[in-house]
Ligand binder design. Sequence first.
Ligand code: CTP
Ligand code: CA
Length: 222
Amino acid sequence: LSGLFQAKKLENRHVLISAGPTIERIDPVRYLTNDSSGKMGIALAEAARDAGALVTLVHGPIRGTLPSGITTIDVESGDEMLEMMLTHYDQQDLVIMAAAVADYRPTVTYDRKQKKIDGPLRIELEETTDILRTLGERKTTQVLVGFAAETENLEHHAQQKLIRKQADFIVANDVSRADIGFSSDENQVTVYGKDETVTPYAQQSKTTLAQNLIKQFAEALR
Ligand code: CTP
Ligand code: CA
C-alpha cells in the first residue's frame, strides 16, 4: 500500500461523494437516464475510506454491491441528489461530484403510465439544477471536485467548468475513447486545478486511479 493509506491521511476527515447516473421520470415506468456505471465514484469512496475518512456516498441506481464501511444514500433524480448533497455538505472536508447527473428532465412527470397516442409523441425537457455549481456557490472550507466528460477540446471545456462551477479541481476524461470511461474498469484522466496545476495520469485501473486522486485531493486539504 502507498504511504497515504498506511498513514491514514484522511483520518477524522469527512468526505462526500456522488456516483452513478440519475434518472428523471416520464411516468411511473419510464424515465431518462445515462450509461454511468458508478464505478469511478465507488472506487473513490473506497480509496477515501481506506485512507481513514468518514465517507458518505450519495448514489443513483447502480448495479452490484456497494462498499462496506461507509454511509450510502440511495437517490433517483437530480433534485433528490442535490437535496442529499446539501444536507451533508457543511461538515465535509472533501466533496467529489463523480455522478453523471442527467442534464434534462421532462417538464411534466405523469402519475400514471401513459397510453400510446396517434402520431409522434413530443416530450418537452428542461434543464436540471447544476449540483456542482450549487455546491460551488455555497463553498466555505471544502475542497470541491468535479468531473468533466468530454469528446473534444478536453482542456478548454474542463477549464471552463472549473471556473463556472467554482470547483477546486476538475477531473477530465475523454469519453470519445471506447476503451475507457463509463463502464470500463480503467480510466485515463487529467486533473485541472484552480491553482492552475495540470496533472495528467496514465491510463490505469479505476481502483489505482482513485487512490492517486484521493492522495492529490488530500494534499489540498487545510
Ligand atoms: N453536474 C452536476 N449537476 C448537473 C450536471 C453536471 O453536478 N446537473 C456535475 C457533474 O457531476 C460533473 C460536472 O458537473 O462533476 C461536469 O459534468 P458534465 O456533464 O461534464 O458537464 P455539464 O456542466 O453538464 O455540461 P455538458 O454536459 O454540456 O458538457
Ligand atoms: Ca452533462
